[in-house]
Design a protein around this ligand. Structure first.
Ligand SMILES: C[S@@+](CC[C@H](N)C(=O)[O-])C[C@H]1O[C@@H](n2cnc3c(N)ncnc32)[C@H](O)[C@@H]1O
Length: 213
C-alpha cells in the first residue's frame, strides 16, 4: 500500500467518539488495546483460520463468535472508540485471546491483508447513507467486492445484513452481479447487535450469504 493509496482511501464518514468515555474505557484503551491491536501488515500466526468483522459497533456479535470459536482468529475493524472500548471489556471479561482490533478505517486493514487470508467477512447493519448523493459512502461497492474477492479464500464467505430495504437491495444487486461470488438472501436468527436491536429503519432485518467461488 503506497502513501497515495492510503490517503485516498482513508476517508472515514462517521464519529470517532460520542458520549464521554468512562474511566474504565480510558484504562482499557491505554492498557489492553496496544496488546490486542492488529498490526499492518496483519500477523496471521497462531490461527489457521481468520475472520473479519467490519464496523463491529459495540462488538456484541464479534465477542460472541470469538467466544464460541476459540480456535479461529478474529479481526474487528471499528473506528468508533466507544464501541472499541465495549469490545475491549468483552475481551477482558471473557479472556478472548483470539481477537485483534483495528480501531481505524477497515479499508486500510483490508488493503494490507494477504490474498486468500480470510475464511469469512461480516458487514452487519452498515450505515445506509440513504441520500442519493451519499451512496458512494456506502461501504459495499463493486470495488470493495473486488477487495473481498482477493482476501477471501475460495469457498470463504461474505455475510451482510441490513434492516434498510434500499441498502439491502443495493448490496444484493452488487453481490449478485459480481463474478467471484454466488449466493443471496438467507434465513437467519437475529444476530443481536446494537443496531439490529435499534431497528432504526423500522423494517425487518434481512441477511445474506455469498460464497467466494
Ligand atoms: C450502523 S453502525 C452498525 C454497528 C454494528 N455492526 C451493529 O450492527 O450494531 C455502522 C458502524 O460501522 C462503522 N464504520 C463506518 N465506516 C467504517 C469503516 N470505513 N471502517 C470500519 N468501520 C466503519 C461505524 O463507526 C459504525 O459503528
Amino acid at each position: 500500500m503506497n502513501d497515495t493509496t492510503t490517503q485516498r482511501r482513508a476517508v472515514f464518514y462517521g464519529r470517532r467518539q460520542a458520549r464521554k468515555l468512562p474511566a474504565i474505557a480510558h484504562d482499557l484503551l491505554a492498557d489492553l488495546l496496544p496488546r490486542v491491536r492488529a498490526s499492518v501488515p496483519p500477523d496471521l500466526a497462531g490461527f489457521d483460520s481468520w475472520e473479519l468483522e467490519i464496523g463491529f459497533g459495540g462488538g456484541e456479535h464479534l465477542a460472541a463468535r470469538a467466544a464460541a470459536h476459540r480456535d479461529v482468529g478474529f479481526f474487528g475493524a471499528e473506528p468508533f472508540l466507544n464501541g472499541v472500548s465495549m469490545l475491549l471489556q468483552a475481551i477482558d471479561r471473557d479472556r478472548l485471546s483470539n481477537v485483534r482490533i483495528w480501531p481505524e478505517d477497515a479499508r486500510l486493514l483490508l488493503d494490507a491483508l494477504p490474498d486468500r487470508s480470510l475464511g469469512r467477512i461480516y458487514l452487519l447493519f452498515p450505515d445506509p447513507w440513504p441520500k442519493r448523493r451519499h451512496e458512494k459512502r456506502r461501504f459495499l461497492q463493486t470495488e470493495m467486492l473486488d477487495v473481498f474477492a482477493r482476501v477471501l479464500r475460495p469457498g470463504g464467505e461474505l455475510r451482510f445484513a441490513s434492516d434498510h430495504p434500499a441498502l439491502m437491495g443495493w448490496m444484493l444487486a452488487r453481490a449478485d452481479a459480481h463474478a467471484a461470488f454466488a449466493g443471496g438472501p438467507v434465513e437467519a436468527e437475529a444476530i443481536g447487535t446494537r443496531y439490529e436491536r435499534k431497528n432504526l429503519a423500522g423494517h425487518p432485518a434481512r441477511y445474506a450469504a455469498y460464497r467466494r467461488l
